[in-house]
Design a protein around this ligand. Structure first.
Ligand code: KG4
Ligand code: ZN
Length: 347
């Protein structure tokens, strides 16, 4: 996505946004809720690879080390002075408490020192708002499939607020991808590595039953995860050779079919003609391709953020924060990190 220069920002409110909920230290400057003046992401992946997953203490320490540099770089790239900011936004949750606290305290200190409003943003609302950056003309209402490491939600996005249409009854899609990747011995981060390996596999080489769940728009991944573990361990115990690429392809195909079936059914039943994808798992290449095919067949307009906006970043936090600034939803200096913060729904 091309970055706009500071001159383009006209009189739109300018927000510095900070994200530190997991393993990315990020800062971005957003103008008018839709224009990205700068977006810096420092990824901690290399630090966590030796441990096969995110180590919370290492994540917190790295955020502390990097946050000042990342924020200063975002401001310099945007070509702005701190006095030109209208507000400071930060991810309040959900996420790792120690990691969140770094961003929350930094943002509080900055907002207080500058005398600017503080905006406390829900990370998942940020993922949804990433679509506003990618598609400047996108307006509610639309249906959004939010699929990340901790969430698998079907959310109806309206001007008045959000409604929850369905969600996972157990594990999140990202969690399932990460677990399956671990079973195959793939390095962290599991989801993207499994996706890559699956490109060269045959999705019909093995049989995995589609998840069954009674809620029409709900998801379930834990049974599938167990079935996959049993399939792999069974072959190992019998000493049968197997193809990791085929297994990755079968698992990815089963998860994507479940996500697509439920989402398209929701569109058909509820009459949704606009669908957006959000969250880390929306980077999955098969999910993007399959959903595009189905939406085309059904006459549904599909919004898919570019890969730079599917993973964790601060630009999306700035986009969500801008909506909060418009509605006067500012936060006080008593704001704390909330690791299990849930999305606010209307009903
Ligand atoms: O949104 P995100 O970056 O962080 C959270 O808010 O949770 O999502 C991270 C999740 C991880 O589980 C990661 O494995 C998964 O998204 N993920 C993928 C892909 N890229 C990231 N899963 C499947 N295929 C991918 N290409
Ligand atoms: Zn995320």
């Amino acid at each position: 996505m091309p970055l706009k220069t500071a001159e383009n920002k006209a009189q739109e409110p300018v927000i510095l946004a900070i994200e530190s909920s997991c393993d990315e230290t990020a800062a971005a400057v957003i103008s008018g809720g839709r224009q990205v003046l700068s977006s810096e992401v420092y990824s901690q992946i290399a630090l966590h690879v030796p441990f096969g997953g995110v180590v919370p203490e290492i994540a917190s320490r790295s955020h502390i080390e990097k946050i000042d540099l990342v924020v200063q770089t975002a401001m310099r790239t945007a070509g702005l002075d701190y006095s030109q900011l209208d507000a400071v936004a930060v991810t309040q949750g959900p996420g790792l408490v120690g990691a969140l606290l770094v961003g929350v305290n930094y943002a509080k200190g900055l907002a207080y020192g500058l005398g600017k409003p503080l905006l406390a943003v829900n990370h998942i609302a940020g993922h949804i708002a990433a679509n506003y950056l990618a598609y400047p003309d996108l307006r509610p209402p639309f249906l959004c499939l939010v699929v990340s490491g901790g969430h698998s939600h079907l959310v109806e996005v309206r001007e008045e607020g959000l409604s929850l249409l369905g969600c996972t009854q157990d594990d999140a899609a990202g969690e399932a991808f990460d677990k399956a990747a671990r079973v195959l011995g793939l390095p962290y981060p599991g989801g993207p590595n499994l996706d890559r390996l699956a490109q060269s596999g045959n999705p019909e080489a093995y049989k995995l039953t589609q998840p069954k769940i009674s809620g029409a728009y709900d998801f379930s991944f834990s049974g599938l995860k167990t079935a996959f573990i049993n399939l792999v361990h069974g072959m190992e115990q019998r000493g049968e050779p197997y193809s990791k690429a085929d297994l990755a392809a079968v698992f990815r195909h089963t998860v994507v079919t479940h996500l697509c079936d439920k989402t398209i059914k929701a569109c058909q039943d509820k009459g949704w003609r606009a669908l957006a994808l959000a969250g880390g798992v929306s980077a999955n290449s098969l999910l993007r391709a399959r959903m595009a095919e189905l939406c085309e067949k059904e006459g549904i307009t599909l919004y898919v953020p570019p890969l730079s906006l599917t993973g964790d970043n601060a630009a999306m936090i700035g986009a969500a924060a801008s909506l909060q600034l418009q509605s006067g939803d500012t936060a006080g200096m008593d704001t704390n990190a909330v690791p299990a913060l849930s999305l606010r729904f209307m009903d």
